[in-house]
Design a protein around this ligand. Structure first.
Ligand code: TYD
Ligand code: MG
Length: 454
């Protein structure tokens, strides 16, 4: 007989405590502690016929064979890229993202387009709803099985019968295991269900993709432990009002996390964007004030991004600072630098900053373009559409070099830009560039040079 006992879990951070308290001792959130019944029955496989295949003997590191470490092609190039070349057998991937961003669409598309035998289990939608979506995507194949089930033991039976090559679970928060009495979506259920699925994936070498919900704060819902348990954590992000979606790796045991996948949401599903640089630029015939183009690098790919700024006199007492896709604190810092070093009085102005395409950029090289867009709007003088920028701006108004400058220059050159403004201290190894490389060490010098020649 399985013994049962109860413990208290914080539904916010997953911390465990032996008694109920009003405030979580770990994350300090109020009223988040809930009692959950846990069973102390020994961990059993969700499928009955599995044999332990992992060696239990310690091996010398040189003897471990990596030759047959194959990658499974999902036929979705952007997805493969973010994973580091494809799915690793037995790996478990957690895909997080806001509701409606396109997680189910992306995974259904992978299920329908790959040559693998895929089991798509959904606890969120009915078979009919999934079929309707599949018809929209219009990429039907025979070897995709749909299961609308939330009980892990029943899913286990299906896994045993079907022996799929890839398992997709939408979503981990809807699952529940017989072995626990608590409701689906609670910390202990999420942990238990994930443990059961991971055990199956490791024993049968079947890759598995789990969908995870995101909380209001943008964190993956459920215990942080879930992120530790899986091999790879991917995040699907973007602004729902825009068509672009970005797939980012937050953790990857089998590759690096700097890779980025870019998709465009269309009426028939997500389309892979293979040359994102050109797409993110809106081509204006005549230069407009308030626009500057930055040569950024996201993952391994250079990306030209358009920054738009609007500076106007504050209508209310306190000036507004609003940004989309850029850190607001960083904007405030750059504005302070401009005020102090370049003598622009922006303290009493409203400043709005927008990165086109609704994407989020963390690359520090975008600083210089932000500064230039703000100044261009402030003095109402446009910057040539053939100029771009790539440098970080420091607190003293110094223009600092950024990594991978050569790739940025090559991309700008390829896209037909005639000038790129970079740091004086950048080391360039490009021979005979067709693009003019203009080097500056201080923001004030650049401002003078740029707005005089334009
Ligand atoms: P969905 O995949 O259900 O998101 P999630 O699983 O992350 O909650 O998101 C679907 C959204 O995408 C929905 O708002 C409609 C839109 N969409 C399209 O624009 N085109 C399509 O072909 C599909 C299937 C969905
Ligand atoms: Mg969904």
């Amino acid at each position: 007989m399985a013994k049962t006992k109860t413990t208290y879990y914080c539904q916010n951070c997953g911390a465990q405590s032996s008694k109920w308290t009003g405030q979580c001792h770990s994350c300090k959130a109020w009223n988040t502690i809930a009692e959950e019944v846990i069973s102390t029955a020994p961990v059993k496989d969700i499928t009955s016929s599995q044999q332990e295949t992992r060696p239990t003997k310690a091996q010398r590191i040189q003897e471990i064979d990596v030759q047959n470490e194959t990658r499974i092609d999902t036929t979705n190039k952007e997805f493969n890229r973010v994973l580091g070349g494809g799915l690793v057998p037995g790996s478990v991937i957690l895909l997080g993202g806001e509701p409606g961003i396109g997680k189910s669409t992306l995974l259904l598309q992978i299920a329908l387009s790959s040559p693998l035998k895929v089991l798509y289990t959904s606890g969120e939608e009915s078979g009919r709803q999934i079929k309707m979506r599949a018809e929209r995507i219009d990429n039907q194949k025979a070897d995709c099985y749909i299961l609308t089930e939330t009980n892990t033991q029943k899913i286990g039976q299906q896994l045993e019968d079907l022996q799929p090559d890839l398992v997709i679970v939408d979503s981990i928060q809807t699952l529940h295991s017989n072995r626990l009495d608590s409701a689906a979506g609670t910390v202990s259920q999420i942990r238990e269900c994930a443990a059961e699925l991971i055990q199956y994936a490791k024993q049968t070498h079947t890759p598995m993709i789990l969908v995870g919900h995101i909380t209001k704060e943008g964190q993956l819902a459920g215990p942080k432990l879930l992120e530790h348990m899986v091999d790879t954590v991917l995040q699907f992000e973007g602004d729902r009002n825009y068509v672009y979606r970005i797939l980012r790796g937050l953790k990857n045991r089998f590759g690096n996390t700097s890779e980025l996948g870019i998709y465009e949401m269309q009426s028939n599903g997500l389309k892979e964007v293979n040359n994102p640089s050109e797409l993110l630029l809106s081509n204006h015939e005549h230069p407009l004030s308030g626009i500057a183009i930055s040569a950024t690098v996201e993952g391994q790919r250079p990306l030209m991004i358009e920054i738009q700024a609007l500076v106007s006199s504050a209508v209310y007492g306190t000036p507004q600072r609003s940004t989309t896709g850029f850190n607001a604190k960083r904007l405030n810092m750059l504005l302070a630098v401009l005020e102090k070093k370049a003598g622009f009085k922006l303290g009493a102005k409203d400043v709005f900053l927008n990165i086109t395409g609704g994407i989020q950029v963390d690359d520090p090289a975008i600083d210089l373009a932000v500064v230039m867009a703000v100044l261009s709007s402030s003095i109402d003088l446009p910057i040539s559409t053939k100029s771009c920028f790539a440098a970080e701006v420091g607190l003293a108004g110094e223009i600092r070099p950024v990594q991978r400058i050569n790739e940025r220059i090559s991309e700008a050159e390829k896209l037909g830009f005639s000038k790129i403004y970079i740091s004086e201290f950048a080391t360039i190894s490009i021979k005979n560039p067709k693009i003019a490389i203009l080097k500056f060490s201080k923001v004030e010098d650049l401002v003078r040079a740029c707005f005089k020649t334009n």
